[in-house]
Design a protein around this ligand. Sequence first.
Ligand code: MEV
Length: 289
Amino acid sequence: MAKTKKITVLIFGKVILSGEHSVVYGEPALVAAVDKKMRITLEQAAQFELSSQTEDKLGLVKYALEKSGMKPEKVRVTIRSEIPSGMGTSAAVCAGVIKAAYEYQKRTLDKDKWFQLTWECEKKAHWNSSGVDPAAVIYGGLLWYVRGREMKHLAIPTTYSLVLVDSGTPLESTGEMVSGLAKRSINPSIKEKIVEIGGVTRKIRQKLELGADIRELINENGLLLEEVGLVGNKGQEIGRRLRKMGYGVKITGAGGVKEGSGRLMVVGANLEAIKDRGYQAFEVSIGGV
Ligand code: MEV
């Protein structure tokens, strides 16, 4: 009996250290791949089937297959993910399905082409995607990313521990958060703050390269993100409490205002002390050579 074709690929999630949203406007971002993975399997089937823990409301899987030159039929796609929401899920789905589809068709795919296809696919989810999440899940490591202009791996001397605190699932999609800010950015004071976030990101890079404390700059970034309307009351309140404990706090990812704001990234923190306060949290680390 002929063996059925089956391809499995693994993709890792990401955390944005600084520069979410402002990266859409050409400012730099600092982003790192994290040890949370997604397993995507593609195999022969009688018809198209998708098995995933979460519904693919945007149709990213079919779109990624089409982008890879495959008709979304006679194939079963299975997605098993431990990537928490807000940490690169859309980019990982696009990147994983595209890579698996190329392998399934025995076609070669270099990283730059893989990145371009993933970016195009992810635009379906992020509206005006900057490409920062596709860059992180494809190139890995700690990246300095400027949309369409620069992508550089950074080697930093110190390991930074980041605690990710759940502030509640946002009701808005990333695309809604990105397009909402685009409307508000017509206001010059909002546009100024977006540019300011870019300045803070540049300073954070300098500190990271020296292995220095970034708490203050993370708070500056976090407060600017609040001021441009990306963090709801619940997220702001948690941020205030954690800052009082001496930590650096900002949202990571698109944020949310109606309900939760997704993950808050906390630096200089003790995971157990945060959990003891009743928050749901986990830790990832970046950097170190
Ligand atoms: C989402 O992870 C990051 C955003 O800046 C959108 C993007 O850059 O594509 C909010």
